[in-house]
Ligand binder design. Structure first.
Ligand code: MN
Length: 232
């Protein structure tokens, strides 16, 4: 096969304790999966589990002990952080039972679901799709993956995000409304999950706006934290 335009690289994520990397296939993001974040978004009452996606080329791999640059995107004045516990799928499956969900997980990482909040809310209030708020270039920085074979399947652990050294998000992944195994069961009813798919599981309260020059640090439990600089 001869390609008419050059093929492009797939984003790959580093693995803790290995020189191998994981290619990213798809990016799934769960919405409104912490009670305190639902409250800060002004949402009361039950919301069924829901998912949105980001294009895979928006993944920004973050290496351990490095500061990774992300561009402040166009057409927004309110580009916000959301720190999220991130799951990496290692085994194909559809209609996965909750009890079997962990078998499909390769590992875990720290990820951010960066959001043009102004455009997301505009789209939401207009009952329009919110891709321009969420499907943003460089909006999915993800750190090194720790294999489940090494750490098991954590269901608790501090989740935190700092902006310029000040703590902005502070929660625990035990506060997830739909836990990871439930997320995999839910998603796999709609998609055949594939190796290399990653799932950002939702963010707790404390979302807020970045500006050019900010240093953003984020972590979850024992996972390798990430550090970013927002650039113009
Ligand atoms: Mn999110």
């Amino acid at each position: 096969m001869k390609l008419a335009i050059p093929a492009w690289d797939i984003p790959t994520l580093p693995i803790v304790g290995s020189t191998e990397r994981i290619p990213v296939r798809r990016v799934f993001c769960m919405g409104l999966n912490y009670l305190d974040h639902k409250r800060e978004m002004g949402i009361t009452g039950d919301v069924p589990p829901f998912v949105f996606t980001k294009a895979v080329n928006h993944v920004v791999p973050c290496e351990a002990n490095e500061t990774t640059a992300i561009r402040y995107p166009s057409k927004t004045g309110d580009y916000q952080w959301e720190c999220e516990y991130t799951v990496v799928i290692g085994k194909r499956g559809a209609n996965i039972a909750v009890e079997r969900a962990n078998d499909h997980i390769w590992g875990y990482a720290v990820g951010l679901d960066m959001t043009r909040r102004d455009l997301q809310l505009w789209a939401k209030n207009a009952s329009l799709p919110w891709e321009i708020g969420k499907d943003v270039e460089q909006s999915a920085p993800v750190g090194p993956i720790t294999p489940a074979s090494k750490m098991g399947h954590p269901t608790s652990g501090a989740l935190w995000l700092k902006a310029n050294g000040a703590v902005k998000q502070k929660s625990d992944i035990n506060q997830l409304i739909l836990p990871v195994t439930g997320i995999i069961a839910f998603l796999s009813e709609y998609y055949t999950l594939e190796p290399g798919d990653i799932i950002l599981t939702g963010t707790p309260a404390g979302i807020g706006p970045t500006k050019v020059g900010d240093i953003i640090e984020a972590g979850v439990g024992e996972l390798t934290p990430i550090k970013l600089r927002v650039t113009s």
